[in-house]
Ligand binder design. Structure first.
Ligand code: ASP
Length: 593
């Protein structure tokens, strides 16, 4: 046996007996001819004391050496106890000290105080994961998946694995492709989600399915996106929307209790998509603060102010938010206006309410008394408040104000938790080229088939999202279980019958065999753990993430492969790729941030 006790598990009850601990050397210090160091392992840490004259090895010990200590447990001398540490009342006096493995000089300190460049942390992720905060994130993640499994198992769900080398499952991202060696020139797609397989499991009679599934989406990185990520994926038969929402609430409440020790009030509040956009300018509103968007359009029936007048005449709207008391300067006003433009506005009207009740604003002179009074009462203005007003099409106006609302009001930690359902999403939306596309995925059922056929732009779907603190945790929907309707949706999406047969014929056929009504949901485990652990990037809760540019600075992935390997797969590199490969100095993608 290498050790008798975990370092953090040695207690006062062991005083007087001999123990053997093993772990890493942390925080070494020398006092009056005696050496002190902590030994840390996964259970915690314990202080060790050695006389270098008796144990010369002590002089060699450096940070993060892996050591084994046999010694006697004793009380720390009075006045040297550490009340913050579970083992703070004891120490181990060395009898025998072995170095199990030395460590090179560290690229960074193994503590949470040092601020280290992320690329360096990722390059030595195995050291980064030794830091207390990262170790805590790993543990939290494991507890989250354990609670999910326990909760769903208790509710009669079956955990089923689905394949990762599959045919495309459209979720709105690019597929990650894997070439087939056995069928050169052909490709598997990695799942953007297990969507179609979980629907097949419903056809197969499973009724209650879940999986903690790895999904792959080739899309641009943001702080809450990675090429591969983990979802709790779930599906049920003979279910309506509320069955799904209630099940997910039970799971999220159990996870929250486990990690935060609090009971979330159930059911979660619900907003329709339209309400969410109208009041908060976002389909994932952060409900931890108010600052609701206020409709001011009716205050300006015959305004002299061109910006409002033109917007209203064009069928648009005038809306604003009361940002509350803010430090306001010319520079801040300019920055906010710039930000509004980034968000799609043509301009931004700002007003600061003065102690004498007037509104200071570059546009005040264009507004009459009644309009000013109207704004003040509608926006419940107090002295010092800053008002931001936009006038444009509804969608643009609420989007701009929603973005500014977050800039002004969003808390910068996740101490409070605000869960929310957003329901009744539009069935379709326009893509960048103005073509109609699905807003959830093409297997989502409409609330009305007639509406879908006659007015697709305004059709509502049976899709819903879970939101936590303004972060979209996940989405789901009641599915189409009628193959005729499924074909109709493909058609509206511009997928002609032949293409639909070629890509999804196998699935359309499966739907023909007595498919039960069904629906489900998936939420991002990474994002959930991120919020619960009060982190701002999912990379902090993913053991081995990629950088923003899709690289793994540790293993070097993605890498070039041998020509032979490519030939076997029937794949040939383009001339540009070969040039990049043969002249890596020219390769602009070498950076690893
Ligand atoms: N497949 C969906 C997704 O990954 C979730 C669902 O509809 O159940 O977002």
């Amino acid at each position: 046996m290498i050790r008798s006790h975990g370092a953090g598990a040695v207690t006062e009850a062991d005083i007087g007996s001999e123990v053997v601990v093993a772990g890493w050397v942390q925080r070494r210090r020398d006092h009056g001819g005696v050496a002190f160091f902590d030994v840390r392992d996964a259970t915690g840490l314990v202080q060790v004391v050695a006389d270098p004259a008796e144990h010369p090895t002590v002089a060699d010990l450096k940070m993060e050496y892996c050591v084994r200590v046999r010694g006697e447990v004793r009380s720390r001398p009075a006045g040297t106890e550490n009340p913050d540490l579970p083992t703070g009342k004891i120490e181990i006096g060395v009898v025998e000290l072995d170095v199990l493995a030395p460590a090179k000089t560290l690229p960074f300190m193994i503590d949470d105080r040092t601020d280290v460049d992320e690329a360096v942390r990722l390059r030595h992720r195995y050291l980064d994961l030794r830091r207390p905060r990262m170790a805590a994130n790993l543990r939290a993640r494991s507890r989250v998946t354990a609670v999910i499994r326990r909760t769903l198992d208790d509710m009669g769900f079956l955990e089923v694995e689905t394949p990762t080398l599959i045919n495309s499952t459209p979720e709105g991202a690019r597929d990650m492709l894997v070439p087939s060696r056995l069928r050169p020139g052909e490709f598997y797609a990695l799942p953007q989600s297990p969507q179609l397989f979980k629907q097949l499991l419903m056809i197969a009679g499973v009724e209650r399915y879940f999986q903690i599934a790895r999904c792959y989406r080739d899309e641009d990185f943001r702080s809450d996106r990675q090429l591969e990520f983990t979802q709790l994926d779930l599906e049920g038969s003979f279910w309506e929307r509320d069955d799904v929402l209630e099940t997910i609430e039970v799971v999220l409440a159990a996870v929250t209790r486990e990690i935060r020790g609090v009971d979330v009030p159930l059911p979660f509040p619900r907003l329709t998509w339209h309400e969410a956009m109208d009041r908060y300018g976002s389909d994932k509103p952060d409900m931890r603060f108010d600052m609701e968007i206020v409709d001011l359009s009716d205050l300006f029936p015959k305004s002299e102010f061109g910006v409002f007048k033109n917007a209203l005449e064009a069928g648009g709207t005038v809306r604003g938010i009361n940002g509350g008391p803010q430090e306001w300067s010319r520079a801040r006003a300019d920055a906010m206006t710039e930000r509004a433009k980034e968000l799609g506005a043509r301009g931004l009207v700002w007003m600061v309410s003065q102690d004498d009740g007037s509104l200071r604003s570059p546009v005040a002179k264009f507004l009459d008394e009644a309009e000013i009074e109207g704004i003040k009462s509608r926006m419940e203005v107090s002295p010092g408040d800053v008002l931001l007003i936009a006038a444009d099409r509804w969608r643009t106006t609420v989007g701009v104000l929603g973005g500014l609302r977050l800039d002004l009001g969003r808390p910068n930690t996740h101490d409070d938790l605000a869960y929310l359902w957003v329901v009744d999403f539009p069935l379709f939306e326009e893509d960048e080229e103005g073509a109609i596309t699905f807003s959830h995925h093409p297997f989502t059922s409409p609330t009305s088939i007639d509406e879908m056929a006659n007015d697709p732009a305004n059709a509502i779907s049976n899709a819903y999202d879970a939101v936590l603190n303004g972060v979209e945790l996940g989405s789901g929907s009641i599915r189409i279980h009628d193959p005729k309707v499924q074909r109709q949706v493909f058609e509206i999406l511009g997928i002609d019958g032949r293409t639909a047969e070629r890509r999804f014929g196998w699935f359309l056929e499966a739907l023909e065999y007595g498919t039960p009504p069904h629906g489900g949901f998936a939420f991002g485990v990474d994002r959930l753990v991120m919020v619960l652990q009060n982190e701002t990037s999912i990379r902090e809760v993913i053991p081995f993430p990629k950088t923003q540019t899709g690289l793994d600075p540790m293993t070097g992935a993605p890498t070039w492969v041998d020509e032979d390997q490519l030939a076997e797969l029937g794949v040939e590199l383009s001339r540009e790729s070969k040039m990049r490969r043969d002249d890596p100095d020219e390769d602009g993608s070498e950076e690893s941030g």
